[in-house]
Design a protein around this ligand. Sequence first.
Ligand SMILES: Cc1ncc(COP(=O)(O)O)c(C=O)c1O
Length: 416
Amino acid sequence: MTSATIAAVPADLAAIRRQFPALERSFRGRPVAYFDGPGGTQVPRGVVTAMSDYLYHHNANTHWVYPTSVETDVILGGARAALADLLGADADEIAFGANMTTLTFHLARGLGRRWGPGDEIVVTELDHHANIAPWQAVARDRGVTLRTVPLDTATGTLRWSDLEAALGPKTRLLAIGAASNALGTITDVTRAAALAHKAGALCFVDAVHFAAHARIDVRAIGCDFLACSSYKFYGPHVGILYGQRDRVAELDVPRLEPAPDTPPERLETGTLNHEGIAGAHAAVDFLASLGRGNTRKERLDSAAVWLHGHGQALVEHLWTGLGRIPGVTLYGPPPSAPRTPTVSFAMEGVRSEAVAMRLAEAGLFVSNGDFYATTVVQRLGLAEVGLVRVGCACYTTPEEVSRLIATVETVAAGRR
Ligand SMILES: Cc1ncc(COP(=O)(O)O)c(C=O)c1O
Protein backbone atom coordinates (compact mmCIF):
# COMPACT_ATOMS: atom_id res chain seq x y z
CA MET A 1 0.00 0.00 0.00
CA THR A 2 3.06 2.23 -0.10
CA SER A 3 4.35 3.51 -3.39
CA ALA A 4 7.91 2.38 -4.02
CA THR A 5 8.60 5.73 -5.71
CA ILE A 6 8.18 7.71 -2.50
CA ALA A 7 11.48 8.49 -0.82
CA ALA A 8 12.03 7.77 2.83
CA VAL A 9 13.58 10.64 4.72
CA PRO A 10 16.23 9.48 7.17
CA ALA A 11 14.50 10.48 10.39
CA ASP A 12 16.46 11.61 13.42
CA LEU A 13 15.60 8.95 15.98
CA ALA A 14 16.96 11.01 18.88
CA ALA A 15 14.75 13.95 17.85
CA ILE A 16 11.72 11.64 17.60
CA ARG A 17 12.43 10.22 21.04
CA ARG A 18 12.74 13.66 22.62
CA GLN A 19 9.06 14.21 21.84
CA PHE A 20 8.02 11.35 24.15
CA PRO A 21 8.32 12.21 27.86
CA ALA A 22 7.52 8.57 28.72
CA LEU A 23 10.89 7.54 27.29
CA GLU A 24 12.65 9.44 30.10
CA ARG A 25 11.29 6.98 32.63
CA SER A 26 13.54 4.50 34.40
CA PHE A 27 12.67 1.44 36.43
CA ARG A 28 14.99 0.05 39.11
CA GLY A 29 17.79 2.14 37.73
CA ARG A 30 17.38 0.98 34.13
CA PRO A 31 15.93 3.13 31.33
CA VAL A 32 12.53 1.85 30.30
CA ALA A 33 12.21 0.41 26.78
CA TYR A 34 8.58 0.23 25.68
CA PHE A 35 7.91 -2.86 23.58
CA ASP A 36 4.18 -2.72 24.31
CA GLY A 37 3.15 -0.61 21.29
CA PRO A 38 0.73 -3.26 19.93
CA GLY A 39 -1.21 -2.82 23.18
CA GLY A 40 -0.92 0.99 22.99
CA THR A 41 1.96 3.25 21.98
CA GLN A 42 3.45 6.10 23.99
CA VAL A 43 2.23 9.60 23.25
CA PRO A 44 4.28 12.55 21.98
CA ARG A 45 4.05 15.99 23.57
CA GLY A 46 2.19 17.51 20.58
CA VAL A 47 -0.75 15.16 21.11
CA VAL A 48 -1.09 16.01 24.80
CA THR A 49 -0.74 19.73 24.00
CA ALA A 50 -3.58 19.51 21.46
CA MET A 51 -5.79 17.81 24.05
CA SER A 52 -5.06 20.25 26.86
CA ASP A 53 -5.36 23.21 24.47
CA TYR A 54 -8.83 22.02 23.51
CA LEU A 55 -9.91 21.62 27.14
CA TYR A 56 -8.39 24.89 28.31
CA HIS A 57 -9.42 27.12 25.44
CA HIS A 58 -12.16 25.64 23.24
CA ASN A 59 -14.18 23.30 25.44
CA ALA A 60 -17.87 23.33 24.43
CA ASN A 61 -20.63 21.27 22.91
CA THR A 62 -21.20 21.37 19.16
CA HIS A 63 -23.46 23.29 16.78
CA TRP A 64 -24.15 26.47 18.77
CA VAL A 65 -23.40 30.06 17.82
CA TYR A 66 -20.90 31.16 20.48
CA PRO A 67 -17.14 31.09 19.75
CA THR A 68 -16.02 28.00 21.71
CA SER A 69 -18.84 25.95 20.17
CA VAL A 70 -17.97 27.19 16.69
CA GLU A 71 -14.30 26.38 17.41
CA THR A 72 -15.29 22.90 18.56
CA ASP A 73 -17.11 22.32 15.25
CA VAL A 74 -14.00 23.47 13.39
CA ILE A 75 -11.74 21.22 15.52
CA LEU A 76 -13.94 18.15 14.88
CA GLY A 77 -14.05 18.95 11.15
CA GLY A 78 -10.27 19.34 11.09
CA ALA A 79 -9.85 16.00 12.82
CA ARG A 80 -12.13 14.25 10.31
CA ALA A 81 -9.99 15.73 7.51
CA ALA A 82 -6.77 14.54 9.18
CA LEU A 83 -8.07 11.00 9.72
CA ALA A 84 -9.37 11.02 6.14
CA ASP A 85 -5.81 11.80 4.99
CA LEU A 86 -4.52 8.92 7.11
CA LEU A 87 -6.99 6.44 5.62
CA GLY A 88 -7.31 7.78 2.06
CA ALA A 89 -10.99 8.64 2.60
CA ASP A 90 -13.11 11.80 2.52
CA ALA A 91 -13.76 13.67 5.76
CA ASP A 92 -17.49 12.84 5.76
CA GLU A 93 -16.62 9.14 5.75
CA ILE A 94 -14.84 9.30 9.12
CA ALA A 95 -16.83 8.54 12.29
CA PHE A 96 -15.45 8.66 15.83
CA GLY A 97 -16.30 6.48 18.81
CA ALA A 98 -15.00 5.12 22.10
CA ASN A 99 -12.75 2.51 20.50
CA MET A 100 -12.69 0.04 17.61
CA THR A 101 -14.64 -2.61 19.53
CA THR A 102 -17.57 -0.31 20.37
CA LEU A 103 -17.76 1.05 16.82
CA THR A 104 -17.67 -2.47 15.38
CA PHE A 105 -20.44 -3.74 17.69
CA HIS A 106 -22.55 -0.74 16.71
CA LEU A 107 -21.94 -1.21 13.00
CA ALA A 108 -22.55 -4.96 13.22
CA ARG A 109 -25.88 -4.38 14.98
CA GLY A 110 -26.93 -1.98 12.22
CA LEU A 111 -25.86 -4.26 9.38
CA GLY A 112 -27.41 -7.30 11.05
CA ARG A 113 -30.89 -5.77 11.03
CA ARG A 114 -31.06 -6.62 7.34
CA TRP A 115 -29.72 -10.17 7.69
CA GLY A 116 -31.36 -13.40 8.77
CA PRO A 117 -31.36 -17.20 8.44
CA GLY A 118 -29.70 -18.29 5.21
CA ASP A 119 -27.21 -15.41 5.33
CA GLU A 120 -23.57 -15.92 6.24
CA ILE A 121 -20.74 -13.88 7.80
CA VAL A 122 -17.09 -14.86 7.38
CA VAL A 123 -14.49 -14.17 10.09
CA THR A 124 -10.96 -15.51 10.56
CA GLU A 125 -9.01 -17.32 13.26
CA LEU A 126 -6.12 -14.87 12.83
CA ASP A 127 -8.18 -11.92 14.03
CA HIS A 128 -8.35 -10.13 17.37
CA HIS A 129 -11.68 -11.02 19.00
CA ALA A 130 -12.87 -7.44 18.54
CA ASN A 131 -13.27 -8.45 14.90
CA ILE A 132 -14.97 -11.73 15.77
CA ALA A 133 -17.28 -11.20 18.77
CA PRO A 134 -19.43 -8.41 17.19
CA TRP A 135 -20.09 -10.63 14.17
CA GLN A 136 -20.66 -13.68 16.37
CA ALA A 137 -23.27 -11.68 18.32
CA VAL A 138 -25.07 -10.66 15.14
CA ALA A 139 -24.99 -14.22 13.88
CA ARG A 140 -26.51 -15.46 17.15
CA ASP A 141 -29.17 -12.73 17.35
CA ARG A 142 -30.23 -12.90 13.70
CA GLY A 143 -29.90 -16.62 12.99
CA VAL A 144 -27.05 -15.93 10.55
CA THR A 145 -24.40 -18.62 9.93
CA LEU A 146 -20.84 -17.73 10.94
CA ARG A 147 -18.02 -19.24 8.89
CA THR A 148 -14.43 -19.11 10.12
CA VAL A 149 -11.33 -19.14 7.95
CA PRO A 150 -8.72 -21.29 9.75
CA LEU A 151 -5.23 -20.12 10.68
CA ASP A 152 -2.37 -21.97 9.04
CA THR A 153 -0.39 -22.50 12.25
CA ALA A 154 2.81 -23.44 10.38
CA THR A 155 3.07 -20.03 8.70
CA GLY A 156 0.92 -17.81 10.92
CA THR A 157 -1.08 -16.76 7.85
CA LEU A 158 -4.44 -17.40 6.21
CA ARG A 159 -4.61 -19.58 3.11
CA TRP A 160 -6.32 -17.99 0.10
CA SER A 161 -7.93 -21.30 -0.82
CA ASP A 162 -9.58 -21.42 2.63
CA LEU A 163 -10.85 -17.86 2.32
CA GLU A 164 -12.23 -18.54 -1.16
CA ALA A 165 -13.94 -21.70 0.10
CA ALA A 166 -15.59 -19.80 2.97
CA LEU A 167 -17.04 -17.11 0.68
CA GLY A 168 -20.13 -17.83 -1.40
CA PRO A 169 -23.41 -16.42 -2.68
CA LYS A 170 -24.87 -16.42 0.86
CA THR A 171 -22.00 -14.36 2.34
CA ARG A 172 -23.13 -10.91 3.45
CA LEU A 173 -19.85 -9.73 4.98
CA LEU A 174 -16.21 -10.67 5.32
CA ALA A 175 -14.55 -9.37 8.52
CA ILE A 176 -10.77 -9.52 8.18
CA GLY A 177 -7.70 -8.00 9.83
CA ALA A 178 -5.02 -6.11 7.92
CA ALA A 179 -2.38 -7.17 10.46
CA SER A 180 -2.36 -9.60 13.37
CA ASN A 181 -1.69 -8.00 16.76
CA ALA A 182 -0.43 -11.40 18.00
CA LEU A 183 1.88 -12.56 15.20
CA GLY A 184 2.52 -9.43 13.12
CA THR A 185 1.22 -11.16 9.98
CA ILE A 186 0.10 -8.72 7.28
CA THR A 187 -2.81 -9.98 5.19
CA ASP A 188 -3.44 -8.63 1.70
CA VAL A 189 -6.82 -7.09 2.44
CA THR A 190 -7.04 -5.61 -1.07
CA ARG A 191 -7.17 -9.14 -2.44
CA ALA A 192 -9.56 -10.20 0.34
CA ALA A 193 -11.93 -7.27 -0.37
CA ALA A 194 -11.96 -8.13 -4.08
CA LEU A 195 -12.85 -11.75 -3.25
CA ALA A 196 -15.62 -10.61 -0.88
CA HIS A 197 -17.07 -8.28 -3.51
CA LYS A 198 -16.87 -11.00 -6.15
CA ALA A 199 -19.07 -13.10 -3.86
CA GLY A 200 -21.46 -10.15 -3.48
CA ALA A 201 -20.43 -9.50 0.14
CA LEU A 202 -19.29 -6.41 2.05
CA CYS A 203 -15.76 -6.22 3.45
CA PHE A 204 -14.91 -4.89 6.93
CA VAL A 205 -11.21 -4.40 7.68
CA ASP A 206 -9.68 -4.23 11.17
CA ALA A 207 -6.64 -1.99 10.72
CA VAL A 208 -5.99 -1.40 14.43
CA HIS A 209 -2.58 -3.09 14.47
CA PHE A 210 -1.72 -2.19 10.88
CA ALA A 211 -2.25 1.58 11.11
CA ALA A 212 0.89 2.33 13.14
CA HIS A 213 3.15 0.58 10.66
CA ALA A 214 1.97 1.07 7.08
CA ARG A 215 0.02 3.37 4.82
CA ILE A 216 -3.70 2.77 4.42
CA ASP A 217 -5.70 3.67 1.33
CA VAL A 218 -9.31 2.58 1.68
CA ARG A 219 -10.00 3.32 -2.00
CA ALA A 220 -7.11 1.13 -3.13
CA ILE A 221 -8.17 -1.61 -0.69
CA GLY A 222 -11.74 -1.27 -1.91
CA CYS A 223 -13.20 -2.15 1.51
CA ASP A 224 -16.62 -0.90 2.62
CA PHE A 225 -15.62 -0.29 6.24
CA LEU A 226 -12.30 -0.02 8.08
CA ALA A 227 -11.66 0.60 11.75
CA CYS A 228 -8.62 1.69 13.72
CA SER A 229 -7.79 3.17 17.12
CA SER A 230 -5.64 6.23 17.67
CA TYR A 231 -4.02 4.91 20.86
CA LYS A 232 -2.16 2.39 18.70
CA PHE A 233 -0.58 5.15 16.59
CA TYR A 234 0.65 7.65 19.20
CA GLY A 235 -2.74 9.19 19.99
CA PRO A 236 -5.28 9.00 22.81
CA HIS A 237 -8.03 6.41 23.32
CA VAL A 238 -10.37 7.17 20.43
CA GLY A 239 -11.79 4.77 17.85
CA ILE A 240 -12.13 5.65 14.17
CA LEU A 241 -14.45 4.07 11.64
CA TYR A 242 -14.26 4.65 7.90
CA GLY A 243 -17.55 3.88 6.21
CA GLN A 244 -17.93 4.22 2.47
CA ARG A 245 -20.46 7.07 2.06
CA ASP A 246 -23.22 5.10 0.27
CA ARG A 247 -22.87 2.12 2.62
CA VAL A 248 -23.26 4.39 5.67
CA ALA A 249 -26.22 6.25 4.15
CA GLU A 250 -28.17 3.02 3.67
CA LEU A 251 -27.34 1.54 7.11
CA ASP A 252 -30.12 0.92 9.57
CA VAL A 253 -28.09 1.84 12.68
CA PRO A 254 -29.67 2.40 16.11
CA ARG A 255 -29.77 6.17 16.64
CA LEU A 256 -31.60 8.95 18.48
CA GLU A 257 -34.21 10.65 16.33
CA PRO A 258 -33.03 14.26 16.82
CA ALA A 259 -29.36 13.43 16.08
CA PRO A 260 -28.07 14.22 12.57
CA ASP A 261 -29.06 11.50 10.12
CA THR A 262 -26.32 12.15 7.57
CA PRO A 263 -22.96 10.35 7.24
CA PRO A 264 -20.78 10.26 9.23
CA GLU A 265 -22.73 11.56 12.28
CA ARG A 266 -25.43 8.92 11.90
CA LEU A 267 -22.81 6.38 13.01
CA GLU A 268 -21.96 8.34 16.16
CA THR A 269 -23.97 8.27 19.38
CA GLY A 270 -24.09 11.12 21.89
CA THR A 271 -21.45 13.70 22.63
CA LEU A 272 -18.04 12.68 21.40
CA ASN A 273 -14.68 12.73 23.17
CA HIS A 274 -13.74 16.13 21.73
CA GLU A 275 -10.36 16.39 23.44
CA GLY A 276 -9.49 12.84 22.37
CA ILE A 277 -10.45 13.63 18.80
CA ALA A 278 -8.24 16.75 18.90
CA GLY A 279 -5.46 14.41 20.09
CA ALA A 280 -6.16 11.89 17.32
CA HIS A 281 -5.74 14.72 14.81
CA ALA A 282 -2.40 15.63 16.43
CA ALA A 283 -1.36 11.94 16.25
CA VAL A 284 -1.88 12.00 12.47
CA ASP A 285 0.19 15.20 12.29
CA PHE A 286 2.88 13.50 14.39
CA LEU A 287 2.99 10.56 11.95
CA ALA A 288 3.14 13.01 9.03
CA SER A 289 6.05 14.80 10.73
CA LEU A 290 8.13 11.63 10.23
CA GLY A 291 8.02 12.22 6.48
CA ARG A 292 8.47 15.02 3.98
CA GLY A 293 6.26 16.49 1.26
CA ASN A 294 4.10 19.47 0.42
CA THR A 295 0.84 18.07 1.69
CA ARG A 296 -0.03 16.02 4.76
CA LYS A 297 -0.86 13.06 2.51
CA GLU A 298 2.57 13.24 0.88
CA ARG A 299 4.23 13.44 4.28
CA LEU A 300 2.22 10.41 5.46
CA ASP A 301 3.32 8.51 2.32
CA SER A 302 6.94 9.36 2.99
CA ALA A 303 6.61 8.61 6.73
CA ALA A 304 5.25 5.15 5.92
CA VAL A 305 8.36 4.40 3.85
CA TRP A 306 10.59 5.39 6.78
CA LEU A 307 8.47 3.46 9.26
CA HIS A 308 8.71 0.37 7.08
CA GLY A 309 12.51 0.60 6.80
CA HIS A 310 12.91 1.28 10.52
CA GLY A 311 10.56 -1.56 11.48
CA GLN A 312 12.15 -3.97 9.01
CA ALA A 313 15.66 -3.41 10.40
CA LEU A 314 14.40 -3.94 13.97
CA VAL A 315 12.39 -7.03 13.13
CA GLU A 316 15.36 -8.65 11.37
CA HIS A 317 17.54 -7.91 14.40
CA LEU A 318 14.89 -9.31 16.78
CA TRP A 319 14.14 -12.39 14.70
CA THR A 320 17.79 -13.37 14.31
CA GLY A 321 18.71 -12.58 17.91
CA LEU A 322 15.75 -14.32 19.56
CA GLY A 323 15.81 -17.19 17.06
CA ARG A 324 19.33 -18.17 18.20
CA ILE A 325 18.36 -18.62 21.85
CA PRO A 326 17.92 -22.27 22.90
CA GLY A 327 14.40 -22.91 24.23
CA VAL A 328 12.87 -19.91 22.44
CA THR A 329 10.32 -20.57 19.68
CA LEU A 330 9.28 -17.71 17.40
CA TYR A 331 5.80 -17.60 15.91
CA GLY A 332 4.45 -15.83 12.86
CA PRO A 333 5.98 -15.05 9.48
CA PRO A 334 9.74 -14.45 9.10
CA PRO A 335 11.05 -10.95 8.30
CA SER A 336 11.14 -11.78 4.59
CA ALA A 337 7.33 -12.07 4.55
CA PRO A 338 4.88 -9.15 4.86
CA ARG A 339 4.73 -8.42 8.59
CA THR A 340 4.81 -5.65 11.17
CA PRO A 341 7.70 -5.29 13.64
CA THR A 342 5.74 -7.26 16.26
CA VAL A 343 7.41 -10.53 17.20
CA SER A 344 5.93 -13.13 19.54
CA PHE A 345 7.71 -16.03 21.16
CA ALA A 346 7.35 -18.73 23.78
CA MET A 347 10.06 -20.06 26.07
CA GLU A 348 10.12 -23.76 26.76
CA GLY A 349 9.20 -24.54 30.36
CA VAL A 350 8.51 -20.91 31.36
CA ARG A 351 5.11 -19.25 31.36
CA SER A 352 4.86 -16.06 29.31
CA GLU A 353 3.94 -14.10 32.44
CA ALA A 354 7.16 -15.14 34.17
CA VAL A 355 9.23 -14.10 31.13
CA ALA A 356 7.42 -10.74 30.94
CA MET A 357 8.04 -10.19 34.65
CA ARG A 358 11.76 -10.87 34.31
CA LEU A 359 11.93 -8.48 31.36
CA ALA A 360 9.96 -5.82 33.27
CA GLU A 361 12.49 -6.04 36.12
CA ALA A 362 15.14 -5.10 33.56
CA GLY A 363 13.08 -2.12 32.34
CA LEU A 364 11.88 -3.94 29.23
CA PHE A 365 8.09 -3.59 29.01
CA VAL A 366 6.50 -6.37 26.94
CA SER A 367 2.98 -7.80 26.88
CA ASN A 368 2.14 -11.45 27.42
CA GLY A 369 -0.83 -13.81 27.20
CA ASP A 370 -3.22 -13.89 24.24
CA PHE A 371 -3.83 -10.17 23.62
CA TYR A 372 -7.49 -11.01 22.84
CA ALA A 373 -6.25 -12.87 19.76
CA THR A 374 -7.46 -15.84 21.77
CA THR A 375 -8.01 -18.24 18.88
CA VAL A 376 -4.50 -17.67 17.51
CA VAL A 377 -2.94 -18.59 20.84
CA GLN A 378 -5.28 -21.58 21.27
CA ARG A 379 -4.53 -22.88 17.77
CA LEU A 380 -0.80 -22.61 18.48
CA GLY A 381 -1.38 -24.83 21.54
CA LEU A 382 -0.24 -22.05 23.88
CA ALA A 383 -3.46 -21.29 25.75
CA GLU A 384 -1.88 -22.32 29.06
CA VAL A 385 1.50 -20.60 28.79
CA GLY A 386 0.70 -17.71 26.44
CA LEU A 387 2.95 -15.75 24.12
CA VAL A 388 5.47 -13.02 24.93
CA ARG A 389 4.93 -10.14 22.50
CA VAL A 390 7.68 -7.70 21.55
CA GLY A 391 6.39 -4.74 19.57
CA CYS A 392 8.65 -2.14 17.98
CA ALA A 393 7.47 1.43 17.45
CA CYS A 394 8.86 4.55 15.77
CA TYR A 395 10.84 5.34 18.94
CA THR A 396 12.43 1.87 19.33
CA THR A 397 16.22 1.80 18.97
CA PRO A 398 18.50 -1.07 17.86
CA GLU A 399 20.21 -0.79 21.27
CA GLU A 400 16.89 -1.45 23.03
CA VAL A 401 16.38 -4.53 20.85
CA SER A 402 19.89 -5.76 21.69
CA ARG A 403 19.17 -5.25 25.41
CA LEU A 404 15.96 -7.23 25.07
CA ILE A 405 17.66 -10.11 23.23
CA ALA A 406 20.44 -10.26 25.87
CA THR A 407 17.91 -10.33 28.72
CA VAL A 408 15.80 -13.06 27.08
CA GLU A 409 19.04 -15.02 26.68
CA THR A 410 19.75 -14.68 30.42
CA VAL A 411 16.21 -15.76 31.33
CA ALA A 412 16.43 -18.74 28.98
CA ALA A 413 19.84 -19.77 30.37
CA GLY A 414 18.47 -19.62 33.93
CA ARG A 415 15.68 -22.06 33.18
CA ARG A 416 18.09 -24.97 32.66
C1 LIG B 1 -5.82 -5.98 15.88
C2 LIG B 1 -6.71 -5.35 16.90
N1 LIG B 1 -8.01 -5.22 16.62
C3 LIG B 1 -8.88 -4.66 17.49
C4 LIG B 1 -8.46 -4.23 18.72
C5 LIG B 1 -9.45 -3.59 19.64
O1 LIG B 1 -9.28 -2.21 19.58
P1 LIG B 1 -9.98 -1.25 20.65
O2 LIG B 1 -9.21 -1.38 21.91
O3 LIG B 1 -9.86 0.11 20.03
O4 LIG B 1 -11.38 -1.68 20.78
C6 LIG B 1 -7.11 -4.36 19.07
C7 LIG B 1 -6.63 -3.95 20.40
O5 LIG B 1 -5.67 -4.44 20.92
C8 LIG B 1 -6.21 -4.92 18.13
O6 LIG B 1 -4.92 -5.05 18.41
